[in-house]
Design a protein around this ligand. Sequence first.
Ligand SMILES: Cc1cc2nc3c(=O)[nH]c(=O)nc-3n(C[C@H](O)[C@H](O)[C@H](O)COP(=O)(O)OP(=O)(O)OC[C@H]3O[C@@H](n4cnc5c(N)ncnc54)[C@H](O)[C@@H]3O)c2cc1C
Length: 373
Amino acid sequence: MKNYSVIIIGGGPAGATTGQYLKEKDIDYLIIEKGGSYKDKVCAGGIPCGVMDLMPDNLKNFEKVEYDTLSINYKGILESKVKLNKPFLYGVDRIKFDHYLRKGLNVHYNEKFTGFTEEKNKILVRTDKTTYSAKFLVGAGGVGSRVSILSGLARKKRFSLGEEKEVFQKNITEPTTVKLFLGYNYLGYGWIFPKQDHYSAGSGALQKYFLSSSKGTVEKFDKGKGETKIYPISIWGGEEPLANGRIALAGEAGNLVDPLMGAGIYTAMLSAKLLTRVIENALKNGKSDLQEYNKLLPDELGEELNCALLLSKMFYPFLPLIKNVITSKSTMQQAMESVSSGYILYKTFYRKVQNTKKIPVKIAYFLVRKFAG
Ligand SMILES: Cc1cc2nc3c(=O)[nH]c(=O)nc-3n(C[C@H](O)[C@H](O)[C@H](O)COP(=O)(O)OP(=O)(O)OC[C@H]3O[C@@H](n4cnc5c(N)ncnc54)[C@H](O)[C@@H]3O)c2cc1C
């Protein structure tokens, strides 16, 4: 039986970034990925420029388009358009990006994790091909993670559904503008991300409203031809431990997806970075558990996601009331500046909301705190 310090289930952004950081620290690991090396992903591929801080040094040169402009359209009317003098978001092709993130890593493709048994000094990890032994197991299998199901970690799930199409076109108009569409579906939004030879158009909403109000939304603002695919997103619903004994979850397997925007690439990579730090410490100090992750995560990411959750409860239901504040140049500019240099913006925005003098925001905040907070 082959033995590793760490076995990672899933080779998406969470699993691949964990692998890259472990490799950097000379910790032996194996990634088990059920798909092939160019696995398809339903994703718009928008990543904040702050992701550069998370990319391992040898991987900063990934293929991307850069966006410096954001427009917001509300029920068919262009409400606001803001251009920065620098990019704030990147657009990537997920198949290529994920492949690039796995560069140089020890990955077993086309192998599926099926289960584990925790023993005193190790964990046995079973796949559809064989059994391995490891000191630690990282669940990074994204939505529906089997490690999450079997371990009971991150059990409370809150789903959104997203629909997405890729429209191939010779001349891409406004190639550096990300377009958001509000007011077309209930408790959700739509988007267009231009890429080099195509654009990604889609929309998403909370699962319970998707079929009744959101499915097909993308056709309301974009008539381009492309196959529309639907995929679930396991968004953040509140804090839960993501480590127990020798097992921990990273990325969407642990519901670490921004509940306001449904974005999970940056948070997957950030959680991978934090988890690697914990694993390194555990191995150095001969520890047999990853409990430290449960302390680190809330400070570094959980609080941000909690604020994003509260803001999402204001943003979508109270959109008609607070639309003018959201689409004001100053709010948009501040959000764009924040993601250009990192991602840590929700705590700051939440504090602004708490201290606002704007009556519509005050009303929305009061109602959310009273009935949904
Ligand atoms: C329509 C749509 C649009 C989106 N747009 C954006 C966006 O613009 N920006 C953004 O940041 N996020 C976006 N997201 C969310 C984003 O795609 C995910 O949150 C992100 O991919 C999570 O990364 P991850 O590594 O945790 O999981 P994943 O990327 O899902 O990777 C998990 C990997 O684990 C593998 N796996 C699963 N089970 C097993 C198993 N049993 N054995 C072996 N391997 C297994 C899978 O094959 C997969 O490769 C979007 C999602 C949707 C649905």
